[in-house]
Design a protein around this ligand. Sequence first.
Ligand code: SAH
Length: 213
Amino acid sequence: MTSKRTRDRLVSRLQEQGVTDQAVLDVVSNTPRHLFIDEALSHRAYEDTALPIGFGQTISQPYIVARMTELVLAAAGKLDSVLEIGTGCGYQTSVLAQLVPKVYSVERIKPLQDKAKQRLKGLGIKNVEFRYADGGFGWPGEAKQFDAILSAAAPRSLPQSLCDQLAPGGVLVIPVGGDTQELTVVVRDAETDKYHKQVYEAVKFVPLLSGLA
Ligand code: SAH
């Protein structure tokens, strides 16, 4: 159920759906998704579907994780630091952490983040800094700028606060909307400092909620 062959079948499905970045596909193939969900559901870990992780939240569908990661890698110039909003179970976090030097991850539900931290530790992933915070305003406390920001939760409209935390040339990948949502990519032009927005496919994410749970 959780063998390399099962994972490779998932990778083939992602390729069929149009994911082409080999580095992303390799990381998906090497990441044990079954360790990020409840044991009772682990037989479904390599299906290309979102699954419940408690607290009314879900682990993102592998296709979406791969697609968003691919968009980050394609659009960003230098990629030293990535901010993730919505750690959840830590699956997307661990995919990112295998591809970029430093990941910052924010979550508003403490028990979810605590579990995610333990999982990443168990997998020997050390380049992630976690904060229990409302990520709607980005990384709290410091006026940091990121080469990429990836949100796993959907705000109703594009938050300017997140655009402002992009480094020059940085990219924000985020689902935007309510009942219908669009996967949106914003690039902060390094020369003109203007924001360029591009809209991709329709998606379905949990809402970006404000405040701590
Ligand atoms: N990529 C994660 C997806 C988790 S679902 C995974 O694969 O597990 C989205 C997560 O965003 C949820 O855990 C939810 O609690 C979190 N979230 C929603 N609004 C948030 C906010 N304002 N700040 C931080 N996290 C938020």
